[in-house]
Design a protein around this ligand. Structure first.
Ligand code: V47
Ligand code: SF4
Length: 390
């Protein structure tokens, strides 16, 4: 589906949104200045209308999810002291440090045998003891035990880490991982690309340009990836727009990004949250909606905008379905990274809960595979607008 966005200028209270609404209707690309206007406008419902119209023109009322299972094989990370926003990582001998053996990974993955899991989402720390062989062995064993399950694994930062410890190029690491079973890559590790922001929140981490370069190398090999932006910490609106511009520019060249997922910063149990005096104070609902809506409008070349209900809550995710979002994080099963930094949401959602959330927004749920192909639609039941069980 790709129709003309149905924009009603009279629904935009902020007149500064009118020329942007015209551009969206005509399918014209938004400028960085437009994105700044969208981030700053007080007319959040007007912004939502634009993002909803752009989304509806692409995807109609369909909202997708994948039946996935997160596996975080190691929380040991060499950047534990310098990624000050992270509450998940540990030094090797620190209390709470863990690194799964192959048997432990397989035991955790075994839940996929009797469930509807179709994707393993595997990310972890930059562990000196988890080199190329750790992951190739893991992926081969997972594929042998669960041949039907797609492996979405390792952020650009983890790929660069493996390349460094193995003294290999990024491309050679990616080729070896693909041979072992890697299908696609998640979008984590991007944080906010601005060098000034990285100096404060992650000064030793792979830089923004190199995050882009690793994804470029993956796309050139035909490995599709997701992309993210961590927001709600010390970044400015201009930093956000610079970040989105870098993602859009790479997508113009490769077309390799499947989805964009804005990640809301959680301030609990991490050094940055203490420094900023933000413990217990997450991003606001309006800012979460703005990030999703601007992603939909500015990233005109990335089809799928995903809301991560674990980070922003199922309720906000449901509302975001009227703000440009067409995909929501799936069943998950067990999540560690955000629950280490204050997420109070459940560790996973059942199929019935996901269906209820989507139908309650007046949308049509559909299960997708990792390449966003629809596997089954659930459009047989009426919209659950009054909140009865699905
Ligand atoms: O890169 C770490 C983030 C990311 C915090 O591609 C934090 O489908 C908030 O890769 N507050 C890793 N965020 C997670 C990841 C991911 C998640 C969901 C979907 C996809 C996908 C990928 O977690 C890290 C970092 O940006 N993170 N600490 C924190 N305190
Ligand atoms: Fe390590 Fe990633 Fe946490 Fe940084 S965000 S400390 S790289 S696990």
């Amino acid at each position: 589906m790709s129709a003309v966005p149905n924009i009603h200028l009279d629904r935009l209270r902020d007149v500064a949104l009118h020329p942007i609404g015209e551009k969206v209707r005509l399918g014209e690309r938004l400028t960085a200045a437009d994105a700044i206007t969208l981030f700053r406008t007080a007319d959040v419902l007007g912004l939502g209308h634009l993002a909803d119209a752009a989304n509806h023109a692409k995807h109609g009322d369909v909202v997708t999810f994948a039946s996935n299972q997160h596996i975080n094989p190691t929380n040991v990370c060499v950047l534990r002291k310098t990624c000050v926003f992270c509450g998940y990582a540990r030094l090797p001998k620190e209390e709470g440090a863990y690194r799964y053996s192959l048997e432990q990974v397989l035991a955790e993955a075994a839940q996929a045998t009797d469930s509807m899991t179709r994707e393993f989402h595997i990310v972890g720390g930059l562990d000196m003891q988890a080199g190329l062989a750790y992951y190739t062995t893991m992926f081969r064993a997972l594929k042998a035990a669960h041949p039907q399950v797609h492996i979405k694994a390792l952020t650009a930062v983890e790929i660069a880490h493996i390349a460094r410890i193995e003294k290999m190029s990024w491309t050679d690491v990616l080729i070896a991982l693909r041979e072992a079973g890697l299908d696609t890559m998640p979008g984590g590790g991007a944080e906010t690309f601005s060098a000034a922001v990285r100096d404060v929140i992650a000064d030793k981490k792979l830089g923004g340009a190199d995050y882009i370069n690793v994804h470029h190398a993956a796309h050139e090999l035909g490995i599709r990836t997701n992309c993210t932006m961590l927001y709600g910490h010390v970044e400015t609106i201009e930093d956000r727009v610079e970040h989105l511009t870098m993602l859009r520019d790479l997508q113009d060249v490769t077309g390799g990004f499947l989805a964009y997922i804005p990640l809301a910063y959680h301030p609990d149990d991490n050094e940055l949250g203490v420094t900023l005096g933000r413990q217990g104070t997450s991003t606001t609902g309006m800012d979460d909606l703005r990030n999703l809506a601007v992603g939909r409008l500015f990233l005109d070349n990335i089809s799928h905008i995903k809301s991560h209900w674990i980070m922003v809550s199922p309720s906000l995710t449901q509302i975001s379905l009227a703000f440009g979002v067409n995909d929501i994080e799936g069943t998950v099963v067990r999540e560690k990274i955000y629950h280490a930094v204050g997420a109070t949401t459940k560790q996973g959602m059942t199929l019935d809960e996901l269906l209820r959330l989507i139908r309650g927004a007046g949308k049509q749920p559909a299960e997708r595979d990792s390449f966003y192909r629809i596997l089954r639609s659930f459009d047989d039941a009426p919209a659950d607008v009054v909140g009865a069980a699905a």
